[in-house]
Write a protein that binds this ligand. Structure first.
Ligand code: XIL
Length: 605
């Protein structure tokens, strides 16, 4: 790809960043557009010529310039290797930085690659400077998909001490045997206009979400963003981690608390990764949701058979499977007791399209235990952590008037009226561009119906998928911003909605492209380079406006509102002053001032 083509592709990003920053902060200083230097785009080579500096270990690696498989006008480098050592790693030792520029002036190394079907999984993306490895990318194997261009963004945090004007030896590439891929557009990116400043909390979302008493979060998952196996979860220097903890006040494991992860073999529990996220969340004052205890998917084979865990391959009886479910729930919920404020107890139990009268999914749980497996699951979870909020989570049940919305509402009401300890429902909100804006009034009316039933609604897995034909498209990104904002508006103005969780943090890592066979993507609120998209900026504006409009409630004004009996008390700065106390006694005994009592702002006179 030429620099010009790249600039054209990125121009919407410039436009948005500049426009949005100007709108949000006024013109507080000169705005530097994102700048980058292309190290190699292969346009200077003739087709079929060898890129010798890529063949650094002799004949085991071939690097030949060819036409881009998706665009005949673009030249790319085709790399194949037969053995794994340093082959297939591009040696950029002759690249000289522009006059006056040093490696530490750059923030990211970026390249695009395209894996052919025969390309072997399990390679490393690799960057070394002056013969010492500064970075290896454990994310490289995913998405392990072949047949499309993928962009890799390497943060240069660790290279900050390298001061030479010349990159003496910079290796970048994919390391491994039986590699077969194209690489293009290797570039160094300087400082970006992120749209927020981690040194200024008022530019984050969490600062304003705290004021609005909203749990505003993103999911972190291996399989999606490789937060755990990349070690970003425990690395103070990780840009990814710092952006995550700087911007959001809530999180959830995207995969790591699921049944296959927590109980891989019967009665053997494994919590390494979720414990790491819980520890980080506690250190950074973030709240954790728990996802998920009972589901038909991502089950270990000892529990359920078939791709979707729909078959009772192990021939369990109702009593046996109930005992297995109880043991699982008890173990997991007890392990995270007091650390997870809300559990998705049962996930995706409804399937109105399966032709059955009751619209219940015929999961192994339903088939072997019966429909009351749901009731039991809630009872077991409540016994293990009586303070945790417990919800039933599902997709496609977000819009009042649609079949599945009615099914989930009726099920939740039935559970509640039977005395089952259910707090409410989780609505996943995996949406397509425009859905939310078009159906905003149906969302609002559905939340009101839940409220009338005494049930809360959490937004648990929000994303807004953009069709591939509209990637990097200004109109699409602005529609996406309207969608995120419309749902946030409903959340902030509904008395029974306190949680708004997005299924991933940045577009470079989302489950949507894989899930939709690459027909759509860019569904999140930060872009590939962790810059704020219009959705992020619109959300911040709305949170700011809402925080400004919020008054402090007095206890008497709210005497009729339901308040949990046992509560924690915090100062407005989030310092806990009492734990597990009676709400009314606390209000009576505290020194005058403003507090958060049981999640509400209360003025004690
Ligand atoms: C997805 C994860 O994001 C993927 O990494 C994984 O491969 C499959 O599951 N509904 C849910 C989530 O409740 O658990 C799913 O997460 C997305 C759909």
């Amino acid at each position: 790809m030429s620099v010009f083509q790249y600039l054209m592709m990125m121009k919407h990003n410039y436009f948005f960043t500049i426009l949005a920053v100007a709108l949000t902060f006024g013109t507080s200083g000169a705005l530097s557009a994102q700048t980058f230097d292309v190290i190699e785009d292969f346009e200077g080579y003739a087709i079929d010529s060898t890129v010798y500096r890529y063949q650094i270990s002799g004949s085991a690696c071939k690097a030949v310039v060819e036409a881009d498989p998706t665009d005949a006008t673009n030249k790319v480098c085709h790399v194949t290797t037969t053995s794994a050592s340093s082959q297939s790693v591009l040696n950029l030792k002759n690249y000289v930085l522009p006059e006056g520029v040093r490696i530490r002036d750059y923030k990211y190394l970026v390249f695009d690659y395209y894996r052919n079907p025969s390309d072997q999984n399990g390679c490393l993306a690799y960057l070394s400077i002056n013969a010492s490895t500064v970075w290896q990318d454990p994310w490289n194997a995913s998405p392990s998909t072949t047949g499309r261009w993928q962009r890799r963004v390497i943060s240069l945090d660790k290279a900050s001490t390298f001061t030479s004007n010349k990159i003496a030896r910079l290796y970048v590439g994919l390391l491994g045997a039986n590699k077969d891929y194209y690489i293009d557009n290797i570039r160094l990116v300087r400082e970006l206009d992120a749209g927020y400043d981690l040194a200024d909390e008022t530019t984050s979302l969490r600062y304003w979400a705290d004021k609005c008493e909203l749990n505003l979060g993103v999911a972190m998952a291996d399989g999606d963003n490789w937060f755990y196996s990349s070690n970003a979860v425990s690395n103070d220097n990780s840009t990814w981690r710092n952006v995550f903890t700087g911007l959001f006040n809530t999180t959830v494991c995207g995969n790591e608390m699921k049944v296959d992860a927590t109980e891989p073999s019967r009665n053997t529990f494994s919590y390494t990764n979720p414990d790491r996220l819980v520890a980080l969340a506690r250190q950074k004052g973030m709240r954790m949701r728990g996802h998920t205890l009972v589901w038909h998917s991502q089950l270990p084979s000892w529990m359920g058979g078939g791709e979707e865990g729909m078959y009772n391959n192990n021939n369990y009886t109702r009593e046996q499977l109930l005992a297995i479910m109880k043991n699982h729930i008890t173990n997991v919920v007890s392990h995270f007791k007091g650390k997870v404020y809300e559990w998705d107890v049962v996930n995706e139990a409804i399937d109105p399209w399966n032709g059955t009268a009751d619209h219940m999914r015929r999961s192994i749980w339903y088939q072997v235990i019966g429909p009351d497996y749901i009731d039991s699951a809630f009872v077991y979870a409540h016994a293990a952590d009586p303070n945790a909020r417990l919800v039933i989570n599902d997709y496609g049940a977000e819009y009042d008037g649609e079949t599945k919305a009615a099914d989930l509402l009726n099920l939740a009401k039935r559970l509640k009226s039977n005395g089952i300890p259910i707090t409410g429902v989780g609505l996943q909100f995996h949406t397509s561009l425009g859905d939310i804006s078009r159906k905003k009034s149906q969302i609002r009316s559905l939340l009101l119906k839940y409220r009338a039933a005494g049930l809360d609604v959490s937004i648990t897995e929000l994303d807004v998928a953009i069709p591939a034909s509209k990637f990097d498209n200004a109109t699409a990104w602005s529609q996406q911003a309207s969608d995120y904002k419309a749902l946030l508006d409903v959340a902030l103005t509904s008395a029974n909605c306190h949680t708004y969780v997005i299924w991933g943090m940045a577009d470079s890592f989302s489950w949507i492209p894989g899930q939709t066979k690459y027909a759509s993507g860019q569904p999140l609120i930060l872009d590939d380079l962790l810059q704020a998209k219009p959705a992020f900026l619109e959300m911040r504006k709305l949170l700011q406006a809402r925080a400004a409009a919020l008054g402090i409630e007095s206890p008497s004004a709210d005497a009729s509102a339901e308040r949990p009996q046992r509560v924690d008390v915090f100062t407005l700065q989030g310092v806990r002053v009492a734990r597990d106390v009676d709400a009314d006694e606390a209000a009576a005994s505290l020194p005058p001032g403003a507090y958060i009592i049981g999640g509400r702002k209360v003025l004690v006179r």
